[in-house]
Design a protein around this ligand. Sequence first.
Ligand code: NAD
Length: 262
Amino acid sequence: MLIDLTGKVAIVTGAGRGIGREIARRFAREGATVVALDIRKAWLEDIAAEWDRNGWPGQQHLCDVTERDMIETAVRTVDEQLGRIDILVNNAGIASGARVEDMDDAVWGMNLDINLSGVMRMCRAVIPVMKRQGAGRILNAASFAAIIPSIGGAAYSASKAGVESLTRVLAGELGPHNITVNAYAPGMIPTEMNHFAERPGPEQERLLDTLTLRRWGTPDDVASLLVFLASDFAGYITGTMVDVSGGKFATQMPWVAHRPPT
Ligand code: NAD
């Protein structure tokens, strides 16, 4: 245990797999009671089994962040049974895309509904509990795409840029209640969402060339940042977005430094 989250109750959306699963695991290792929300029942059952094996306290709820009723039921249950919500991680997200001239309204709408409106709905439900406590931490998954978007990524990038803006508004609204709100921007973390590390070799090389540290990120890299941001050590940080991308485009041509000297 490096940063103690003992006694804290943390809700993690989209905790079923990928980065969210690792965030949930790291929070549990730091002593938090983790409430895992996801749309996949089988993944929630898998979490329940892992938590049981490790003796970690927690709950799992089937909850789609596009459904206000499901969110409110889950949050009410947590509040009634655990009595508090200290940390909310809005991790749930999807990434689907098309160039704007070929954009399907459903694809556009789904990215906005899950990635951006889902964050707003979760916050709306949890804020009264955090206000009552006079404390709370909200952490929102943005993306490097909120900083520099990709061709064909209009729906995803717009949703994530929206998350950054929503984060600042929330930070302002909740500052008087000692609730901090921050976003984080992962770069390229190979998961089922993107399969970065399974792409053809030359394509991987081109992508890695954009990274100052020239390696893929891991869910653990993101979870390490979140454990810190959720902790008492981060009490004076709010309204910001932290880049956790291995220095993607920190310079114009990061690959130059990785080439052998000629
Ligand atoms: P993932 O696809 O592996 O996991 C996403 C999780 O969200 C899944 O468990 C899924 O079931 C859940 N989910 C999807 N729709 C949901 C809904 N409507 N309600 C509740 N849960 C839902 O993706 P990941 O790579 O782990 O990404 C996690 C977050 O990090 C996302 O918000 C993503 O945009 C962001 N992100 C990821 C990367 C990356 O490189 N992997 C980069 C930048 C940002």
